[in-house]
Design a protein around this ligand. Structure first.
Ligand SMILES: Cc1ncc(COP(=O)(O)O)c(C=O)c1O
Length: 347
């Protein structure tokens, strides 16, 4: 989380916006919270360049609930959707849709090489209601450098681990979703951006809490929203706009950070990147060392030097530097120095 955001949130703990109440105490039916959620939506629209035909929602249930809500809302009456399988999260999205009995076609997959790459030149079924991708694969460290051409089929993207990290061509998308807890704020809120025309597909018979239309018609306040999480998302968006200067600047900082780490890896016979170079992520840099015992030593020494959280996801092992938006270039440069020194001593 960016430090200025934490500082402002800290101050709002005691007195939010002159209300005399904590941000944790204000009602979601108050003018104060209206200001928060409206500003978060407006900033999202500005940052992503969203047209008037998009709705910005704040839901609960994490990105994982979206794996089910998307097919429930859009795939009625025997219609079908395409999915690209690029790892754990895409596989879960496919499984959830299939468990609902929906017709899902896997248009492309990188499973043949352990999800080390992003498939190219994918041909999408033009009858599909949507084409689902995971824009950044948090565990395997791969990311779409540009979004696929679907020939007009709306893209549905899980952007949980790279939303707001770079500008996007928003008119390609039918729906974007992201659990807040990486680039947007604390756990507890999930941002969903949905294009108006897709809402015509939402079946009336779905439970209210599972219908996008419920949240569109109530400004995400059908029931009590995750107020504090939405508030911190608002602060993060303000930081991106006002301190960073927008998504082009954010992307250039992110490129510098990732570039610094990949150059150490590329120049080394000691560290080995696990993603193909044309598919690698600017958010999660995944790499291995020559042996598991060296990896253990690396992780321990890194921790002792103040670099926590470098262990790869429990399902794949190895090492992973997650360098989300709030990670500073200075801290990445310090990690680069540490990695060079560790290689010098152990290589
Ligand atoms: C790309 C991606 N999708 C989905 C999820 C699941 O998110 P949540 O825990 O909000 O359900 C994650 C979590 O790390 C993720 O990285």
């Amino acid at each position: 989380m960016p430090l200025p955001v934490l500082e402002e949130a800290r101050d709002s703990f005691l007195n939010f916006s002159g209300s005399g109440m904590s941000i944790l105490e204000i009602s979601h039916r108050s003018k104060w919270f209206d200001g928060v959620i409206d500003d978060a939506g407006t900033r999202t629209r500005r940052l992503l360049g969203l047209g008037k035909n998009f709705h910005v929602l704040f839901l609960q249930g994490g990105a994982s609930l979206q794996f089910s809500m998307i097919p429930m809302n859009f795939l009625g009456g025997g219609s079908t959707a395409d999915y690209v399988n690029t790892g754990t999260w895409s596989s879960k999205a496919i499984k959830e849709a299939r468990d609902l009995g929906k017709s899902i076609h896997v248009a492309a997959s990188s499973e043949d090489r352990d999800f080390r790459y992003i498939p190219k030149n994918i041909s999408f079924n033009q009858e599909a209601v949507y084409a689902h991708i995971t824009s950044n694969n948090t565990i395997k460290g791969t990311q779409y450098s540009s979004f696929p051409n679907t020939g007009g089929v709306p893209l549905v993207a899980d952007m949980s681990s790279d939303i707001m990290s770079r500008p996007i061509e928003s008119d390609k998308f039918g729906l974007i979703y992201a659990g807040a807890q990486k680039n947007l704020g604390p756990a507890g809120a999930c941002m969903v951006i949905v294009r108006d025309d897709l809402l015509d597909r939402v079946p009336e018979t779905l439970p209210s809490m599972l219908k996008y239309t419920t949240f569109v018609s109530t400004n995400s306040m059908y029931n009590t929203p995750p107020c504090f999480a939405v508030y911190v998302v608002q602060l993060v968006l303000k930081w991106i706009e006002e301190t960073i200067g927008g998504l082009s600047n954010m992307a250039s900082i992110n490129r510098k950070k990732a570039g610094a780490l990949y150059s150490v890896i590329d120049a080394s016979g000691f560290y080995r990147g696990t993603a193909d170079s044309d598919s690698r992520s600017s958010m999660n840099v995944t790499f291995r060392l020559p042996s598991e015992s060296l990896e253990q030593a690396f992780l321990q020494e890194a921790l002792n030097s103040g670099f926590g959280g470098l262990k790869g996801h429990r399902s794949v092992g190895g090492c992973r530097a997650s360098i989300y938006n709030a990670t500073t270039l200075e801290s990445v440069e310090a990690l680069v120095d540490f990695m060079k020194e560790f290689e010098r001593k152990n290589g």
